[in-house]
Design a protein. Structure first.
Length: 150
């Protein structure tokens, strides 16, 4: 099977990025006055969106805090415009989104084929939101060993 055809793996990558997007904030400068609901946003202001919040909206996602890669088969991420913002959106969305997904799938395909992984504490690391790019709180311990050849 080719990487392009490994849909479940891609769904798993996208679901991980939905729950734990790497950027905590996306900013855009308002170029022309904008009205949103009851708000008037003047030109020159900055608009900010937090993918970690928008990717978990209950109005978009069923059981939004649960890990469910099948939601991408169901099309929940397409229910409303800009529902999945891990790569930004619109004309300023990341042009490398598909390449990035393929890169992640390639790396994990090799790692999962060659190694066994274990989290010694049994608990997933907690996200560290103190920087612009989210990572795990240190120390994030993982144990790995090469699988024995068949």
């Amino acid at each position: 099977m080719t990487l392009k055809k490994s849909v479940m793996q891609e769904n798993c990558v996208r679901e991980t990025l939905r729950l734990l997007p790497p950027l905590i904030i996306l900013m855009r400068k308002v170029m022309v006055p904008l009205k949103y609901k009851n708000y008037e946003i003047p030109a020159g202001d900055l608009l900010c969106v937090t993918p970690g919040v928008s990717n978990r909206l209950a109005s978009v996602y069923t059981n939004p805090d649960a890990y469910d890669p099948h939601r991408f088969d169901r099309g929940e991420h397409n229910a409303q415009p800009y529902s999945f913002l891990s790569f930004g959106g619109g004309r300023h969305g990341c042009p490398g989104e598909n390449f990035g997904i393929q890169q992640i799938k390639t790396v994990w395909t090799v790692l999962l084929r060659e190694f066994e992984f274990e989290i010694p504490s049994g608990k997933m690391p907690v996200p560290d939101y103190t920087n612009l790019v989210v990572g795990p709180h240190a120390p994030a311990m993982i144990r790995y060993r090469r699988k024995k050849p068949l």
